[in-house]
Structure formats: C-alpha cells, structure tokens
Design a protein around this ligand. Structure first.
Ligand code: NAD
Length: 473
C-alpha cells in the first residue's frame, strides 16, 4: 500500500519517482489482459470510497480555498461519480473489439480494432478542481487498464494529501500511486518514458509537458485553458442569460477553465444585460456587503493569484473601465467580489490574459462579425457560449469560429455530459477526455487483421505486367 503522506512542502526526489515508475512496469504488463469485470470492480471501489470520504473531500476543499460545500458536491464529487457510473455501465462494450468490413482489396480478411491499455500513465492535475480533475481522468485510465502515477497540484495540499490517502487505501503503489510536489517533481516525472501523459493545466506548462513528452515520443492528452468568450445577441432572453453566465462565471470564484472569460453583448441590450447580471449576483450571493460572509462564495486559491486577479482589475480601472458591479476595495482572506467591467480600454491586460477569477469584462457590438473577428484573431478558446433565440445567429457564430466546446443558451454544463467529448483545440488543448473519449485517450487502438484467403498474393514478386494490370484495376 502507499506510504504515509509526505510533508507537502517537499519535492519528491528523482530516485523515489524512478523506483515507483519501475515498480509499475510488471503490473502494467499484467494489466494488459485484465478483464472488464476486474476493472469495473476497481471503479466500484473508487466510487464507494468517494461516498465514504464525502465529508473529508468537502473539508479538504474548504481548507484549501474555502470552496462551498454545495460546489464541492456539484463540481468535485458528482462529476467523478458520474464518470465512474458511466464507465461501469459501458465498459464491456467499449472494450469489445470493433469489427471492420473488408474493402474490395482486403476481401477475404477479417479485421478489427482492439483497445489495448497504453501502459504506464502519468496524470498531472491542476488546483482549481483538485479532486475532479485528478480522479476524473483516473477513472478513464483504470477503465482502459493502465497503471497510473498521479501528481496533484501543490497549491491545494489538503486535497492532494487526501487523494494520496484514498488511493493508498484502494491500490498497491505498483498499480496506482500519488507523487507529491511542484515544478521540480513534475520535471523528474517528465524525464521518464511514460506510455501516456494526461496533463490538465495552463497552455504555458502544456508546452513544457509536450516538449518533454517528445523526447520519448510519449502520447499526450493536454487539457489546457485560455479565454472563453460569450456572445449575447439582442434576441436572447436576458434574465436567463445573465443567470446562466453569472453561475458559470462566479462559481469557484471564476477559477474554472471553461468559465465565461468575457462577454460580447449586442449594444441594444447591453444596459439590460448589466442590470440583469447585477440582479442575478444579488439573488445568488446577496448584497455587496453580504458576499464576503456568504458560505456559497469561494475564495481565490492563494495570495499570488489574488494579487494577479486584483492587478488585472486595477489595470482596467486605471485605464478608465467602470465597475457597475463589484467592490474593488474590499479584500482580506483572498476575497474578490463578483465584478463587472465596462468601457474597457482595448489595451487592458484583462482582455489579453486568461482571467481565472471573478472579473467579467463586458464588450458591446452592433454586428456579429465584430466579435467573430476578435475571436478568430485570438488563440482558439476552450469554450464559446452563444445566447440567442435566433437560430441563424447561433449557426453563424458556430460556423464562423472554432472552440473546444460550445453551449447554446447555457454555460459550462457541457462538462457534465458524459456522452460528449471534453477537450480544447490547439492552444486550449489536444485530445479529449470524459466517457468513451476518455477511455480511448488511455487506450491504444490496435489494428488486427487475420488472413483467410485475401488477394494479397496478387502483389507477390516477381512483379510482372500482370501485377501492374491488377494495380490499375
Ligand atoms: P499550471 O499549468 O500552473 O499547473 C498544472 C500542473 O502542472 C500542476 O500540477 C503543477 O505543479 C504543474 N506544473 C507547474 N509548472 C510546471 C512546470 N514548469 N513544469 C512541469 N509541471 C509544472 O495550471 P494551474 O494554475 O494549476 O491551473 C490553471 C490552468 O489550468 C488554467 O490555465 C486553466 O484554464 C487550466 N485548466 C484547464 C482545464 C481543462 O480541463 N482544459 C481544467 C482546469 C484548469
């Protein structure tokens, strides 16, 4: 079983990491022939432990960044349990080889795609949904029959220690184990020839991970971030739009990879939208003075990020932006109020960097081609949200842009749909996770062809005019 939780201030040394990696080698080979029933049993035990440690998960998330209990339930526990339920229900079918019909040239062969485990996998996770974004991919890795080393984020140490404890209770370290540490530990891990790396984090670190993986030609899934825009048409139901944007934006205090980053709203409904946002925030969290004490409103993860987000707000307001909602003066305990920014100088940093906090810049447009041009000039976003009742408007936006995923008249909930792929595109990510897509990310799709009486003999040497005639057929 896993060792006791280390002092999380420490990095894990290279020798320990290499020992764990080597120990997983024979287990990874043994798991190649693991059955659906064996994998399902592990998933059921993980699911059971999620229920058994429910209160501990809430406590760890609260200790790390005052995450509200209800948000822990909705965004940390529920998605992992849903992912496990889905895999348990469908794994037998996913593991079945996929038969392929022969082409004319391959007439007389039997062909299929088999889904084999990739082998030894590394999962590096971020701090913003520490449990969900560690155990979610872990479910897919287990379903696909792999061994795993999990490196959680050092910025949420209570969650990291809890996950180590939970995995230690369920698995031998030569199958699934946790390695604690920050950059140095990640670097030691990235030197090893894993069979697959599943990384969730920033695009900047994603580049480092991909460059390291290239040294061993290790396959990668990169779940990255960026600025996810919202477009609100004048035909949208403004009250519902504001409610759905406010929830996606201010849950987890805006520290969500797919949170609406900024809003492009049609000039005709801009004032109504700002007013509706103010109402939605008051309904969710209370009056400006009540919000700091509201247990349903989360904190920024640490002082460094608090100062970074506040710096973005200060830069925008110093350049003349208005804050029709928000309280830029209030502080303490890494609190930042839900904040709207309007009349923003286009040079403001808040329009350039991923915000990852509860600031919502609101920009106006008169022609949908304006936000479309802006979106297409920027790196492709992880999510793009459209609010409208006009189908032509919706299709115009979707058709003219590219994004990892899109919700129409809603935000963020596509993450919870286990039949949909979840992932980014270029700067916002590479590959997909969730459900069947997650299983495939952690599987190698192996082509297997069995000869019966194929026409391949026609191509055997010596090559003659007859061979050339066959090729031209
Ligand atoms: P991060 O990239 O700073 O860190 C992620 C992980 O990488 C951590 O475990 C960290 O210890 C490790 N790491 C940090 N620097 C490293 C380095 N130089 N070399 C190797 N490893 C290193 O990201 P974060 O701050 O934890 O999370 C926020 C970012 O993650 C945002 O950009 C957000 O959009 C993105 N994100 C994406 C998704 C998604 O599903 N696409 C989900 C959550 C967060």
């Amino acid at each position: 079983m896993n060792r006791a939780a280390p002092d999380l201030a420490d990095e894990t040394d290279a020798d320990t990491i290499r020992r764990l990696f080597e120990a997983q080698r024979p287990r990874a080979l043994a798991l190649r022939t693991s059955t659906a029933a064996e994998r399902i049993d592990k998933l059921k035990r993980l699911r059971r432990l999620m229920y058994a440690r429910w209160d501990d998960i809430r406590a760890a998330c609260h200790a790390d960044f005052a995450k509200p209990a209800a948000e822990v339930d909705i965004s940390e526990i529920l998605p992992v349990v849903a992912e496990a339920n889905h895999a348990i229900r469908h794994l037998k079918r996913w593991m079945k080889p996929e038969r392929k019909r022969p082409t004319l040239l391959m007439f007389g062969t039997r062909a299929e795609v088999r889904f084999e485990p990739r082998g030894r996998c590394l999962i590096i996770s971020p701090w913003n949904y520490p449990i969900n974004l560690s155990f979610g991919p872990l479910v897919s890795a287990i379903a696909a029959g792999n061994t795993v080393i999990l490196k959680p984020s050092e910025m949420t140490p209570h969650c990291a220690a809890l996950m180590q404890d939970m995995l230690g209770e369920l698995f031998d370290e030569d199958e699934i184990t946790t390695v604690q540490g920050a950059v140095e530990t990640s670097q030691h891990l990235l030197e090893l020839p894993f069979d697959h790396i599943f990384f969730t984090g920033s695009p900047a670190v994603g580049r480092i991970v991909m460059a390291a993986a290239a040294q061993h030609l290790t396959s990668v899934t990169l779940e990255l971030g960026g600025k996810s825009p919202v477009i609100v048409d004048k035909t949208a139901d403004i009250a519902r739009t504001a409610q759905n944007v406010a929830w996606g934006k201010f849950a987890n205090s805006g520290q969500t990879c797919i949170a609406p980053d900024h809003v492009h709203v049609h000039a005709d409904v801009a004032d109504a939208f700002v007013e509706a946002m103010r109402k939605a925030v008051t309904k969710f969290y209370g009056d400006r003075r009540d919000i700091p004490d509201n247990p349903d409103y989360c904190r920024i993860v640490n002082k460094r990020h608090h100062d970074r987000v506040r710096g973005l707000a200060d830069d925008a307001t110093e350049r003349g932006a208005h804050t029709p909602l928000g309280d830029t003066a209030a502080g303490g305990d890494n609190y930042i109020a839900p904040t709207l920014l309007t009349d923003i100088d286009p040079e403001s940093r808040v329009l350039e960097e991923e915000i990852f906090g509860p600031l919502l810049p609101v920009l106006t447009f008169t022609d949908v081609d304006q936000p479309i041009a802006r979106i297409n000039a920027a790196p492709k976003p992880l999510a793009l949200y459209v609010f409208a009742r006009d189908d032509a408007f919706i299709e115009r936006v979707i058709g003219a842009t590219s994004a990892g995923g899109t919700c129409i008249n809603q935000s963020v909930v596509h993450f919870l749909h286990t039949h949909l792929p979840f992932g980014g595109v270029n700067n916002s990510g590479l590959g997909n996770s969730h459900g069947h897509y997650g299983f495939r990310a952690f599987s190698h799709e192996r082509a297997v062809l069995r000869e019966r009486f194929s026409l391949a003999f026609l191509f055997l040497p010596p090559y003659t005019r007859f061979t050339r005639w066959v090729i031209r057929l």
